[in-house]
Design a protein around this ligand. Structure first.
Ligand code: XMP
Length: 333
């Protein structure tokens, strides 16, 4: 609408004034905040922005390609995609403790990002090098970073909106979303032409599937989980609730699949199977501090379960998590 149009014009002018003819680096994760920040900054300064997208190999099905298609393909932004999946999986081998996994993923993420940023900072022939680091920090992040938070949350925010990184890199900070609440960021994203599906997506943790594969992370597990989760999300998007006219994806705050590295027995045709188990998790919450498990329609659960078991060879049992937070958490790790 026109109010958002005015806002964009003002924000664009401010970014141009702040940046001048200098260059900006932005860590793109595919999440709402960094995506909207990238789209806004790109609108303001075009090729003076370079996005760095670190693919840790723990993203959802086709997620990396979708991010590239949107930012490079549609918006024509400069994006460097760093495929670091082997590096991450290698360092995660043999590690099963959740906080240890988070530390490894968060630490490597910063290392890989810094290495790319250092190259961009140095510049090359005819290129003077970046002087700004852009981050998708939003207003709630600004407030939260003052107060006490759980260890999990601190690890998180230190992941993508990396505290202290601009100083370490010797870069100036550009944070165009600092005054906005989440809803405003979403509206801004839509006004900038980002697809609604990207802007209204459920939150996804920085460590990604790394904390949705219980215990040790293996590529085989991640591949199975990605396929099962894609089916769950697709069906949540297909299933419309008659009473509200909304999809079950929109009626839940966060929904995903968890990989359990245990095998159970099943039958298929004349044969016996001995395969992995997944759990579906779907919650409704306003603040993610407390959450209720969602009362998904049985028909939806039935279809998701049938599809996963029939389509994903290697998984033969699907369970639904009926635990609320507290005492359970939303994620399983
Ligand atoms: P829990 O599991 O603590 O999750 O009930 C609350 C919210 O935080 C998200 N979460 C994370 N986000 N890095 C993130 O970026 C993390 O390590 C992490 N752990 C939990 C979770 O997805 C939920 O939205």
């Amino acid at each position: 609408d026109w109010i958002m149009g005015d806002y964009i014009e003002e924000a664009v002018a401010k970014i141009r004034e702040q940046v001048g003819d200098e260059e900006v680096i932005l860590g793109l994760s595919g999440g709402v905040d960094s995506s909207v920040a990238a789209a806004l900054i790109h609108r303001a300064i075009g090729d003076q922005l370079t996005c760095v997208f670190v693919d840790h190999g723990l993203l959802r099905l086709n997620e990396g390609d979708m991010v590239m298609e949107m930012f490079e393909g549609k918006l024509h932004a400069k994006v460097i995609r760093v495929d670091a999946s082997d590096l991450f999986l290698g360092k995660l081998a043999g590690v099963s403790e959740p906080e240890a996994k988070r530390k490894i993923i968060g630490g490597l993420f910063v290392d890989v990002f810094k290495a790319e940023a250092d190259k961009l900072k140095a510049g090359d022939g005819g290129h003077k090098g970046a002087t700004f680091l852009a981050q998708g920090t939003i207003y709630p992040d600004v407030i939260e970073s003052g107060g006490a938070k759980s260890k999990k949350a601190v690890t998180i925010k230190s992941h993508h909106n990396v505290g202290g990184l601009p100083e370490q890199l010797g870069l100036k900070l550009l944070e165009p979303l600092r005054d906005l609440f989440k809803d405003e960021v979403r509206e801004l994203g839509v006004a900038l032409g980002l697809p609604r599906g990207m802007v209204y997506r459920h939150p996804f943790p920085g460590p990604g599937l790394g904390v949705r594969i219980l215990g040790e992370v293996k590529k085989e597990y991640a591949d199975l989980l990605r396929r099962a989760d894609a089916i769950f999300i697709e069906e949540l998007n297909n299933w419309v609730d008659d009473a509200t006219g909304k999809t079950w994806y929109d009626l839940t705050s966060q929904a995903f699949t968890v990989f359990l590295p245990v095998k159970s027995v099943g039958v298929m045709g004349d044969g016996r199977t001995y395969d992995y188990v997944v759990a579906l998790r779907a919650v409704q919450t306003s603040d993610f501090m407390t959450a209720d498990w969602a009362e998904l329609p049985y028909g939806l659960l039935k279809r998701v379960s049938n599809r996963i078991i029939n389509e994903v060879r290697g998984i033969n049992r699907v369970t639904y998590d009926v635990s609320s937070k507290p005492p359970a958490t939303i994620e399983w790790e």
